[in-house]
Design a protein around this ligand. Structure first.
Ligand code: ATP
Ligand code: FE2
Length: 352
């Protein structure tokens, strides 16, 4: 299968000015964030608040209450320190996918702001925003994307005006898997960064680590992935007495290698020579390093945006909002309802 591409150059998008600031509101799950881009798409600083459950996972209703509680303060902080309200040209927001109650808070804030300021409203696809912020920031035009976040693990390439999912997790997202493993060890959400530092601790004590006694199932099934088997096996290893830092190291090696293998196969099938990493798990240095090594070995390049743009943030929503404003039409109020199950490939990619 060779995927024909007609991807636009990022340069072409950046040379068009929308004539003002685009605000972006993110509220799909654990983060409520408002950020912005200027008329040429350069991202500003997001102001964010994060749900940090004391125990257990994220409860949609409680997270929505958190977002409602912090929305006013965050908006005030943004307007006091970052953005002149007179320059605002449009309001964009995450329309989906995500947790319904959380999405509805962001959409309500967006609708009221757009109405109050009498500017266009732009509903965007959260997953596509993770892609576009990376593409714009890293200057890669037509990549295979490895989108590794809490709720999503997808390998994506552009075809016929859509981002097509070539492979994805069949059960839980890689970040959720890391968070669940961490939670069972008494590590607070988000678990990914702590697992990364424990893995580094193991490496510093064992410069040439062995997988002996630390093997886990390998999660590749054709072009798809699965992580619940790895999670259970890793939990069993700890229960049987394996050192936690060692299991964290092994968990990263197995789970990341599986993602990178599928990404490499996608690059080969699709004939692409750029890899773009996105989503919260893309903050991980070991995953970044594996992507570099794989890309180098096949004469390709690997790209990843700054860490503050990998985790959920308002500026990535504004990045996509600006593109949709340039190339598409604003979202009508009666079509601005949230879409909990919005898929990556449902959103037309019009910019070229
Ligand atoms: P989506 O809706 O796109 O799935 P999300 O709600 O999961 O987004 P993100 O901010 O994209 O939110 O990703 C959060 C995830 O990233 C969490 O699971 C967290 O543990 C993981 N993460 C953050 N930093 C690291 C890191 N350094 N190493 C591994 N995982 C990380
Ligand atoms: Fe995300």
């Amino acid at each position: 299968m060779v995927i024909q591409s007609s991807a636009p150059s990022c340069e072409a998008n950046r040379s068009r000015d929308v004539g003002g600031i685009v605000i972006g509101i993110e509220s799909t799950a654990h983060t409520f964030s408002i950020g912005w881009v200027d008329g040429l798409g350069v991202p500003g600083k997001s102001v964010s608040a994060f749900v940090r459950p004391v125990e257990g996972g994220i409860h949609p209703r409680e997270a929505a209450d958190h977002h409602a509680e912090h929305a006013g303060r965050i908006l005030r902080e943004l307007l006091d320190n970052e953005v002149d309200i007179a320059d605002v040209k449009a309001i964009s927001y995450s329309q989906g996918p995500g947790l319904g109650p959380c999405l509805r808070i962001g959409a309500s804030v967006a609708r009221s702001l757009a109405t109050q300021l009498d500017v266009p409203l732009v509903g965007v696809n959260h997953c596509v925003a993770h892609i576009e912020v990376g593409r714009e920031r890293c200057d890669c035009d037509d990549p295979v994307l490895l989108y590794a976040s809490g709720g999503n693990t997808q390998v994506i390439a552009r075809l016929d005006g859509r981002y097509r999912v070539l492979g994805e997790t069949l059960d839980i997202g890689i970040g959720n898997m890391l968070d669940k493993f961490a939670r069972e060890q008494g590590i607070a959400f988000p678990g990914g960064p702590k697992i990364e530092s424990l893995a580094l601790e193991w490496l510093s004590e064992n410069p040439n680590p062995s997988l002996e006694g630390l093997e886990l199932p390998y999660a590749v099934q054709g072009m798809d992935l699965a992580f619940s088997g790895i999670l259970n096996a890793a939990l069993n290893l700890v229960e049987k007495g394996a050192p936690l830092p060692a299991v964290c190291w092994s968990l990263q090696e197995h789970a990341f290698a599986a993602c990178v293998e599928v990404a490499e196969r996608a690059m080969a099938h699709a004939g692409k020579s750029e890899l773009l990493l996105g989503g919260g798990v893309a903050c991980n240095e070991r995953l970044r390093n594996m992507c570099d090594v794989m890309s180098l070995s096949r004469g390709a390049t690997s790209h990843v945006p700054e860490k503050f743009l990998c985790i959920d943030n308002g500026s990535m929503i504004a990045t996509l909002g600006r593109l949709q404003l340039l190339w598409g039409t604003p979202t009508k109020l009666d079509e601005s309802g949230v879409r909990q199950d919005l898929r990556t490939d449902e959103t037309p990619i019009l910019w070229n």
